[in-house]
Design a protein around this ligand. Sequence first.
Ligand code: 13P
Length: 249
Amino acid sequence: MRRPVIAGNWKLYKTVKETVQFVEQLKPLVQNSSHCDIVIAPPFTALSAAIHAAAGTNILVSGQDLFWEKEGAFTGEVSAPMLADLGCQFCIVGHSERRQYFGETNETVNRKTQAALAAGLTPIVCIGETLAEREVNQTHTVIQTQFDEGFNNLTVQDFFRIVVAYEPVWAIGTGRTATPEMAVEVHKQIRQFAQQKFGSEASRELRILYGGSVKPNNIKGLMAQVDIDGALVGGASLKADSFASMVNF
Ligand code: 13P
């Protein structure tokens, strides 16, 4: 039985004050929600405040990115052990915005994924095709390459600890959600790749989240699909009541 994950990726939003306010508002709305992992991913500057505000609750905290080296002369970077030390339990890796604007490749995603695992974090690894790729029927190939290269050299034991987020780039921030059927088609492919590379059990246990314009009014249809194990939500995760209503889908 795969435990759902509802995760909010805040991207470049919220100060420390706004973060604490959000967590205080969210707490009572999700205090009895034991059916899923509830994860928020604030920006680096607000992680500590989020972790303190969420202490003793069922709200878990995630980084949005990390660097693969533990420490060194890498100005501006934050490492996996630093996030773990702070109290993060998850970290998003390879978000399409990182790939698009910050030069992330499947190889850097692979290194970051391994670093997250080594530090005891659960990586939420994002994959997904662009509109141009979908239009020329490249979705399957693109996802397979992102999967194979992103998870290169991982052991089966490593793979058990990973969460995958399928985020079609054309659905992010556009209000254009993939239909549950479209999402499921790709989720099934991802599960198949997982089976080929890591075996049946790892594939069965893999949690695959959908991301891309998930909102309170469409999450039910997505979560009704057997192969969709949760959501990675951007814009609609920034208000506590909206996020809570998705947690309590
Ligand atoms: P939106 O929910 O704003 O489309 O963003 C999705 C996303 O990128 C989550 O990581």
